[in-house]
Design a protein around this ligand. Structure first.
Ligand SMILES: Nc1ncnc2c1ncn2[C@@H]1O[C@H](COP(=O)(O)OP(=O)(O)OP(=O)(O)O)[C@@H](O)[C@H]1O
Ligand SMILES: [Mg+2]
Length: 268
């Protein structure tokens, strides 16, 4: 090989190496930019996470204040009244006034019942936390246990035929609230001996059915609106909850025929 040819080969080799290095540099540059973009995205996500955490803490703080004032106003004042009644009963016992003592203790017993109701109501209001912790299946079992502890005379049959994953997250609150209000109404008005709660996944969607064999009531037709005289909000808020979450609500009832509520949501 001539020395000129050898030089030419060396020059071409150097050019190859040079363009390879340029190529690598370009790649490195591109990768660095991509990495910078990933870092920027990570910083943005972290900021969003911090903001969301702060918002959540504020919401929790507001909720805690609400519960604290409810505890103070209802349970606190009822406990004060109870202390007063029990103190009075002690004084009267000391004086040998058994009739006065009995009266005061009777009042105290009623106050204790009121406090229990308040505590139960406040505990129920904490439902979102329970739903988050136990899911809808666990929350319903907890609620049925509580219900039976308070109303053991009601033959409550429950058929929970769904797995947690079958029930989309936005349906869990309406399902719990409808069950809660329907059972409340049953113990308030129906005088029922048998109650069925069924939550199932059918071919078309999720179905919640609550049925009692109690007194029933006159509805205004079209899907069972409560009778005109009713000032209650329970039935209409059940319907709203179901419809706002994309479901359909049906109520059928007639005097002496019991009451049936069916709420259903399409699978999608
Ligand atoms: N399962 C039931 N059996 C018999 N009557 C019922 C039943 N559910 C509802 N009712 C009747 O329908 C009426 C309306 O119920 P709704 O839940 O809307 O109101 P409420 O329970 O009276 O008040 P609120 O729910 O606002 O505390 C009740 O007053 C009652 O007469
Ligand atoms: Mg009601």
């Amino acid at each position: 090989m001539s020395s000129a040819a050898a030089k030419g080969d060396a020059g071409a080799g150097a050019n190859d190496v040079y363009s390879m290095v340029r190529g690598l540099q370009r790649q490195l540059h591109l990768q660095r930019s991509a990495l910078d973009a990933v870092h920027a995205q990570a910083r943005e996500s972290e900021l969003k996470l911090r903001q969301a955490t702060a918002a959540l803490m504020t919401a929790q703080e507001v909720e805690r204040k609400r519960i604290a004032s409810e505890l103070h106003d209802s349970v606190g004042s009822a406990l004060n009244a109870l202390t007063f009644a029990v103190g009075g009963a002690l004084v009267l016992t000391g004086k040998g006034d058994s009739e006065g003592t009995a009266n005061l203790l009777q009042r105290a017993a009623q106050q204790v019942k009121g406090i229990l109701d308040d505590v139960r109501r406040i505990a129920m209001d904490l439902r979102p936390a329970i739903l988050d912790d136990l899911g809808i299946v666990g929350t319903l079992s907890w609620f049925f246990r509580e219900f039976l502890a308070v109303y053991p005379h009601v033959a409550l049959r429950t058929q929970i035929e769904v797995k947690e994953a079958d029930v989309a997250e936005p349906l869990r609150t309406p399902i719990f609230r409808v069950t809660q209000e329907a059972l409340n109404n049953i113990v308030k008005y129906a005088n029922a001996t048998e109650v069925l709660v069924r939550l199932a996944r059918g071919q078309t969607g999720i179905v919640l059915e609550i049925k009692d064999n109690g007194s029933g009531f006159v509805t205004r037709g079209n899907g069972g609106k409560p009778h005109p005289g009713s000032t209650g909000l329970g039935l209409s808020s059940m319907r709203d909850r179901v419809e706002f979450s994309g479901g359909e609500f049906h109520l059928s009832s007639a005097p002496g025929q019991g009451t049936q509520i069916v709420a259903s949501w399409p699978l999608s």
